[in-house]
Design a protein around this ligand. Structure first.
Ligand SMILES: O=C(CO)[C@@H](O)[C@H](O)COP(=O)(O)O
Length: 222
């Protein structure tokens, strides 16, 4: 199983993003949280910032849209060169239509599920996506505690991906630390977003520790 560690720059120093990106160059992708203060009660930044991050980042961008109306905004992030653009299932009427637009532009298409959102309506749509993000906290803020009650859902998505023989990355986001990453890896996750756990310490060391902890617990079947 391939393990991907995607640090979330929500936990980075907002006054020094270029320097912060340099500190996480050993990670796989940088997770970029876009919050609009409507879909979630917090506000970060938008497309102009992501266009600049794309220009200076040593690793690809993994954009997570926590916004209303992703139909309007998501294609712009793909056009800016983000490797992946993930929108929330709860915010769209036609997830397949938006995923196809993102793929046409050249981005990997991702769908995110809040902790209370069931996976079942989306399992038959899995071939339309490159990644599924199972939120392990309520979206909106860093530094929250991992919700182990989301693991049965992650397992059901992992089982469906395996049964269909798909190459869909399974991402978890929220409260991921060296103590919790193994729980998610065992349930089938292969892509781990971590904000506080990476930036509170020495990022390169934290990334290596997370990678080792995930790999030692990885799902045997994937
Ligand atoms: O999307 C979000 C929060 O909504 C995350 O990406 C957080 O940034 C994760 O932060 P930690 O829980 O790892 O501190």
């Amino acid at each position: 199983m391939t393990t991907r560690i995607n640090p979330s720059i929500l936990a980075a120093d907002f006054a020094n993003f270029e320097r912060e990106l340099g500190r996480i160059a050993t990670a796989d992708l940088v997770h970029v949280d876009i919050m609009d203060n409507h879909f979630v009660p917090n506000l970060t930044f938008g497309l102009p910032m992501v266009e600049r991050l794309q220009q200076v980042s040593p690793i690809p961008l993994d954009v997570h849209l926590m916004i209303d109306d992703p139909d309007r905004w998501a294609p712009g992030y793909a056009e800016a060169g983000a490797a992946s653009v993930t929108f929330h299932a709860e915010a769209v009427a036609d997830p397949v239509g938006l995923a196809r637009r993102l793929r046409e532009i050249g981005a990997r298409a991702g769908i995110a599920l809040k902790p209370g959102t069931a996976a079942e309506p989306y399992l038959e749509l899995l071939p339309e996506f490159d990644q599924v993000l199972v939120m392990t906290v309520e979206p909106g803020f860093g530094g929250q505690s991992f919700m182990p009650e989301t693991m049965p859902k992650l397992r059901r998505v992992a089982d469906a991906v395996r049964a269909a023989g798909l190459d869909v990355w399974l991402q978890v986001d929220g409260g991921v630390t060296v103590d919790t990453i193994g729980i998610a890896a065992e349930a089938g996750a292969d892509t781990f977003v971590a904000g506080s756990a990476v930036f509170r310490g020495v990022p390169e060391e934290q990334i290596a520790a997370l990678r080792a902890a995930a790999s030692s617990h990885g799902h045997a079947h994937r």
